[in-house]
Structures are given as structure tokens and as C-alpha cells.
Design a protein around this ligand. Structure first.
Ligand code: ATP
Ligand code: MG
Length: 416
């Protein structure tokens, strides 16, 4: 046994659980292609300032949870805690706004947050996310939300609910923040230092607080929907009309706010109703961020997107997805047959079939055990007689039925 273990909160993904990951990734790539979203891969690390500027210093993920360090050149570097800021950085760095009016990207990769761990919450986790730049239209909001819901449905997860809200824009936000402050301020002396700090720096985030003591206050807090400007109100109404048109079910949650600073207008979350995830029941969330690109020094480009936590989806899926077992396991009885078995397996693999054997060979008993372990559909024993006749008995493991098959017709039989 090694004295080393993986860093706290960072998990190895091993077989057979990895089958569920592959299944999820396959559906993700397929779905994104159908909707016309192209994959973007950015580095794991970025300049720390990218996140402080965009996600916001007062947000939890930047203020408390970021893995940041000085590299050997003295640069401030952070392991990405989320994917929207890196995507926006890449969008600007490669001048996409000058090359095309509409850019639709998705990403799939690890994120890092120094969090307290519990079910569904680790320090390295995986996100699938989409970013649509260039359209402020409600149709773009509806499209990405429907995409998220469709992805969940394709995974066969029925118990996930879409909650939506509007957070208004720069014209309506300040007045709302004043009302939130006025609501919470008289109770500041009963609040934790953390909550007091949030009240001073980012009062809207109090609505997202998980502190028990704040519950009753949150329940009666003013909601953004009552303070929306006309533009945001019309936008929100249109988003709802389009979701209905597309047959997407949703509930309006007027207390839904997002943890990051950059959101404007639409905000939404996908919440699992099953108990599996405990308090980490939100599988994904997103919204509109029409000022983010500008905030990072670019032109005014509207954008909307979301991110989903794949680890949480894997927990919900359980071990439903399993890779196909090999169709054939070949068992040689002696040294010459061992060569022939390896050669036959190689040919069949080149033919596109999943074929296995034990390169140690060893006793037939041990080989049969291995064949059963990998769940091979058929087994085939190779010895001198079989090599001479270029044919062997193909035995179906499930019922023990045997039939003689020549090597020449083997691929066709296995494929049938
Ligand atoms: P939560 O409220 O659960 O902390 P969040 O608002 O911090 O979520 P986002 O930043 O919106 O999460 O990230 C989108 C998704 O990424 C989440 O809904 C979740 O599925 C996943 N996620 C976020 N943090 C973690 C984590 N520490 N471990 C596993 N998955 C995570
Ligand atoms: Mg969080």
C-alpha cells in the first residue's frame, strides 16, 4: 500500500464507473453538435485577475474558494473555478466578435474550488457548459435553456426541474439592491460575520445564503421581479412564451439569484428532485451576461449560457450506463495456440469487433474465470486441432450452446 492518496476532494475516476462518464460525454458531444455548438478547450489555469474581474471578488468562488498561486515567474495564476470567464477571455483574445456575429461554444472539463466537501461537492469537479455570444434575443435564452433540458432528458433523468427568474439590468438593479439592503440591515446584529460582509458588498447574494438564521428574512425579502425595468420585463415574458412554445416546463422562482456577479436579466437553475444529492441538488445553472465581454475590455456583446455539474449527473445516473462487454474471449491451450489466439484477436479487432484474451494464457480454468469476469458473450478454445482445421467451437456463455465456426466466417458470425 502506498502512503500517498489523491489530494483531498479530488477523485480518481475508475472503471467501471468511468462507463457512466463516457456515456454522459458521448450524449453531450452529440447533443451539442445537433444544436450547432462547437467545442472550446481552454487551459486549466488562467491569470487570477480574469476571475476577480469577471466573477467578482465578493463572490464565494473567487473570495473564498479559488486555488490560486504564484508561478515560478511570480505571476498570479488560478486554477479555473468556472468556465465562462475563460471562454470570454478566449472569445476576445481571438477576436471572434470581429470574425462572426454569432458564436456558440461548449466546453467540458475540470473546475476547481476549495470547498467544504459533502455529497455532490468536491474540490475538483467536471462541468459541461455552453456560451452563446452575439444575441440578446429572448430566443437565444430559450434555445440554450431548452438545450439544457433536452440534454438532461436524453440522459433519462426525469426528476429535474427548471427554475427561472429575471435579475433585471443595470437600470433596475441599483434600486433593487437598496431595497434588499434596507430589508436586511435592521437585522445585521443577528447575522454571522459572513452574512454581514455579504450585506455590505453584494446584498443580492444574501437571497442565496444557506444560513438557517436567514431563512425567515429571505422568505420575506423584496424580489427582483417587482422591480424590473420595462425592457427586462418584456424580455422575461418573451423567454417564457418561447419556452412554452418549445414545450419546456418551468417554474418561476423569484428568489433565484446566481452566485456570480456577471448575470443580467435571465437566470435559471436545474434542480434535481431526488434525494440522492442532499443539499447539492442543483445540477446546473446559468443565465444572461450581457456586460461580461465589455467588462473584460471588449465591445458590448450580449451573451447567455449555462454550466452543469457532471459529477452530480453521474450520481443521479448511478451505474445505469455500462460499456459493452467483449463479444468473444479466446482461450489458447498451449504456446503455438497462444500466438494464433493473439493473431486472431488482432484480426477481429481490426475488423471492428471487441475481442479479449488473457496474454498470460495460463490454465484453461483461469482463462475461463477471466472470460466470465469480463462478461464475454462467446468463448472459443484454441488448440492443435483447431489450428489444423482453422475452425473452432464457439460457445455462448449465457446458455452453453456450442457450434462449429471456421475462422474465415468468425467475424460475420460474431457480428450477427
Ligand atoms: P452550489 O449552489 O451547489 O454551490 P454553484 O452555484 O456554486 O452551486 P455553479 O457555479 O452555478 O454552482 O456551477 C454549476 C454547476 O456545477 C452546479 O450546479 C453543480 O452541479 C456543479 N458544481 C459546482 N460546484 C461544485 C462542486 N464543488 N462539486 C461538484 N459539482 C459542483
Ligand atoms: Mg457553490
Amino acid at each position: 500500500m502506498s502512503k500517498y492518496s489523491s489530494v483531498k476532494g479530488m477523485n480518481d475516476l475508475l472503471p467501471p464507473a468511468i462507463d457512466t462518464w463516457h456515456h454522459l460525454e458521448k450524449i453531450a458531444h452529440e447533443t451539442m453538435a445537433r444544436y450547432g455548438f462547437a467545442e472550446l478547450r481552454t487551459p486549466i489555469v488562467e491569470d487570477t485577475e480574469l476571475f476577480t474581474r469577471s466573477v467578482g471578488e465578493t463572490s464565494e468562488i473567487v473570495g473564498k474558494e479559488m486555488y490560486d498561486f504564484l508561478d515560478k515567474g511570480g505571476r498570479k495564476i488560478a486554477m479555473r473555478p468556472e468556465g465562462t470567464a475563460p471562454a470570454a477571455r478566449a472569445y476576445l483574445e481571438h477576436s471572434l466578435h470581429q470574425k462572426e456575429p454569432l458564436t456558440r461554444w461548449y466546453y467540458l472539463g475540470q473546475m476547481f474550488r476549495y470547498e467544504r466537501m459533502k455529497t455532490g461537492r468536491t474540490r475538483q469537479f467536471w462541468q459541461l457548459g455552453v456560451e452563446a455570444y452575439g444575441s440578446g434575443e429572448p430566443a437565444q435564452d430559450a434555445e440554450v435553456m431548452e438545450l439544457a433540458v433536452h440534454f438532461i432528458q436524453r440522459l433519462g433523468l426525469a426528476d429535474v426541474r427548471l427554475e427561472i427568474n429575471s435579475l433585471g439590468d443595470e437600470s433596475s438593479r441599483p434600486a433593487y439592491l437598496e431595497r434588499v439592503k434596507a430589508h436586511f440591515a435592521p437585522h445585521a446584529d443577528q447575522m454571522s460575520d459572513d452574512a454581514k460582509n455579504t450585506l455590505a458588498t453584494n446584498p443580492m447574494r444574501l437571497l442565496d445564503s444557506k444560513e438557517e438564521a436567514l431563512r425567515p428574512l429571505i422568505a420575506h425579502a423584496p424580489v427582483m421581479l417587482d422591480c424590473l425595468d420595462e425592457g427586462s420585463k418584456a424580455h422575461f415574458a418573451e423567454v417564457q412564451r418561447l419556452l412554452t412554445l418549445l414545450g419546456v416546463q418551468f417554474t418561476i422562482n423569484p428568489r433565484l439569484v446566481r452566485g456570480l456577479d456577471y448575470y443580467t436579466r435571465t437566470a435559471f437553475e436545474l434542480v434535481a428532485t431526488s434525494e440522492v444529492l442532499g443539499t447539492a441538488s442543483t445540477v446546473g445553472g446559468g443565465g444572461r451576461y450581457d456586460r461580461l465581454i465589455e467588462q473584460l475590455g471588449g465591445p458590448k456583446v450580449p451573451a447567455v449560457g449555462w454550466a452543469m455539474g457532471l459529477d452530480r449527473l453521474v450520481l443521479l445516473l448511478g451505474d445505469k450506463a455500462r460499456a459493452e462487454p467483449p463479444v468473444l474471449f479466446i482461450l489458447p491451450v498451449d504456446a503455438p495456440a497462444k500466438d494464433a489466439a493473439l493473431k486472431l484477436a488482432t484480426q477481429l479487432r481490426h475488423d471492428g469487433l471487441k475481442v479479449d484474451l488473457d496474454p498470460r494464457a495460463g490454465s484453461l480454468k483461469a482463462q475461463f474465470k477471466r472470460a466470465a469476469h469480463v462478461g464475454a458473450k462467446y468463448v472459443m478454445v484454441l488448440g492443435e486441432k483447431e489450428l489444423q482445421s482453422q475452425a473452432a467451437k464457439l460457445k455462448q456463455q449465457s446458455d452453453g450452446v456450442e457450434r462449429e465456426v471456421s475462422f474465415a466466417e468468425l467475424a460475420a458470425v460474431l457480428r450477427a
